[in-house]
Design a protein around this ligand. Structure first.
Ligand SMILES: [Ca+2]
Ligand SMILES: [Ca+2]
Length: 500
């Protein structure tokens, strides 16, 4: 008996992504046989041991974990201690991905070196090791005033040297956030945008660190609340809700403060026989009635919803707002109303809020007590807003949204109000294509008058050889059989046996 074992080894299901760029050009990338990276990873440093996501390099320094000396969230953070030795200080926490990434990365840093004439460098870096390029937000190893180490610095993909920012260092918690896209890069400190520039370089490694020459003093720095999310769509890519179901779709989570959500409601509908009804109450505290959806990963895409504006022409009402939110950066894109309608320049028109708006901006579109459609588009290259298909805003993009929020709000003293929403749509700018191998072909050179049997083994058969096909008569040529590939099955071995 002769056996011939062939291994069919697919580590993971084939991954393919279809990415459409703004020019309408389609770029198709597919990669086989690579290990999966996490799509999101957060670390609030509350565990008993450092998460194995991180690898460490400790030269002239140590890590104290967990540390409770300074925390941004919970009761723990990560403490980095540099030490004075003959060597330069170099304490790094890093994660290297299997595949280069686009995405959003943020961390909170307790800047112990603020206002010290001599300290250590602190930085958050996204690195493309292959190209020797990096994006970085950080500090100098001294603070000698606003123009000389007293502010935070950044380094863009193509910077020749660190660039000073307007943001003063203080001995407190600060958030460093980096969004690295295919088309753009945006850097933020405490939610303030400090840099926008070209993208197109993915990062292979995330690193945060404390370093400095040997002669700089020992320093203790704290890090907390790290967040990474890939910008690749792993969520649903489209979702529509005409609010015609028997219960509210679990896509939505509800918040009902000084009010309620009635579902289904038939009092006012835009389509079918049902809508969702928001009811605020008077005098029971600040109103906050919300439907929300949190995505697993930040999104680019388009959202629209129909709103029945019950507050139009009322001198006192509630705010109505539809928002795409980047909760990490505490930024949002929104269309909505004021909580009063006192004429065209004073609450009588619809308002919008762009990613970088300081306050709501008036539009030319009059409020009426009727159904109106709000449409919000947040892309890598632009953001656009529409009311009833009329374009009310175009501006820079580059900030993905992590959640959708639909709400009515208002202070205690504003009256109770009832507002209706209907016909919601969401579509991702990254329609995800997926590819998998559904069948394998097994073939062997056969001899006339011989019979063969095909067997396989896998984890499913506890690695025992099991008959698949046969006996099959040899044809004197190459024989072929097909076998289905079951989704999620990691590995299967085949062999052909020549029967005696
Ligand atoms: Ca914490
Ligand atoms: Ca409906």
């Amino acid at each position: 008996m002769k056996t011939n074992i062939k291994q069919n080894n697919w580590l993971n299901q084939t991954q393919a992504k279809l990415i459409s760029s703004i020019t309408g050009m389609m770029v198709f990338t597919a990669s086989l046989l690579h290990a999966q990276d996490p799509v999101t990873f957060t670390d609030d440093f509350e565990g008993p041991a450092l998460n194995p996501f991180w690898s460490t390099v400790l030269v002239s320094g140590t890590i104290t974990f967990p540390s409770s000396a300074q925390v941004h969230s919970g009761t723990q953070s990560l403490q980095v201690n540099s030490i004075t030795t003959a060597e330069n200080k170099w304490i790094r926490l890093r994660h290297t991905f299997n595949q280069p990434q686009y995405g959003q990365v943020s961390i909170w840093v307790y800047d112990s070196g603020a206002d010290l004439v001599s300290g250590n460098y602190i930085s958050l870096n996204l690195m493309n090791d292959t190209l020797g390029k990096y994006l970085s937000i950080g500090t100098m190893d001294y603070d000698l005033g606003p123009d000389n180490g007293g502010h935070y610095y950044y380094h863009a993909w193509d910077s020749q040297q660190p660039v000073n920012t307007p943001i003063d260092r203080t001995r407190a918690w600060h958030q460093f956030a980096i969004i690295a896209n295919q088309n753009s890069v945006a850097l933020f400190i405490d939610g303030q945008n400090i840099y926008n520039g070209p993208g197109g370089i993915p990062f292979e490694t995330i690193e945060f660190n404390v370093f400095g020459p040997s002669w700089r003093p020992a320093m203790t720095v704290y890090f907390d609340d790290f967040k990474f999310s890939s910008v690749v769509a792993k969520d649903i890519t489209t979702f529509t809700d005409d609010f015609e179901g028997p219960t509210l779709n679990p896509f939505w989570s509800k918040v009902e403060i000084a009010g309620t959500i009635s579902f289904p409601s038939t009092a006012q509908v835009h389509s079918g026989t049902q809508a969702v009804q928001f009811n605020s109450t008077y005098g029971t505290g600040e109103k906050g009635i919300t439907l929300r959806h949190n995505f697993n990963t930040p999104q680019y895409g388009q959202v629209s919803i129909w709103v029945y504006d019950s507050g139009a022409d009322l001198v006192s009402g509630n705010y109505i707002s539809v928002q795409l939110r980047n909760d990490t950066l505490e930024k949002y894109l929104a269309i909505g109303t004021q909580d009063y309608d006192l004429g065209p320049d004073n609450g009588g028109h619809y308002y919008y809020h762009a990613w970088d708006s300081q306050q709501g901006v008036n539009t030319p579109i009059d409020r009426t007590r009727a159904w109106h459609q709000f449409t919000l588009i947040a892309n890598q290259n632009y953001a656009s807003l529409y009311v009833d298909n009329q374009n009310i805003y175009n501006g820079p993009g580059g900030i993905p949204f992590e959640s959708i929020k639909i709400n009515i709000t208002g202070p205690t003293w504003r009256p109770a109000m009832t507002v209706y929403f209907d016909d919601f749509t969401f579509s991702s700018a990254f329609p995800e294509l997926s590819m998998r191998i559904s069948q394998v072909e097994i073939s062997w050179n056969s001899i006339t008058n011989k019979t063969y049997k095909i067997q396989y083994r896998s984890e499913v058969t506890s690695n025992v050889w099991t008959d698949l096909f046969g006996p099959i008569m040899g044809s004197g040529t190459r024989n072929f059989v097909m076998d289905a590939v079951i989704p999620g099955q990691p590995r299967k071995f085949y062999r052909v046996i020549e029967l005696p």
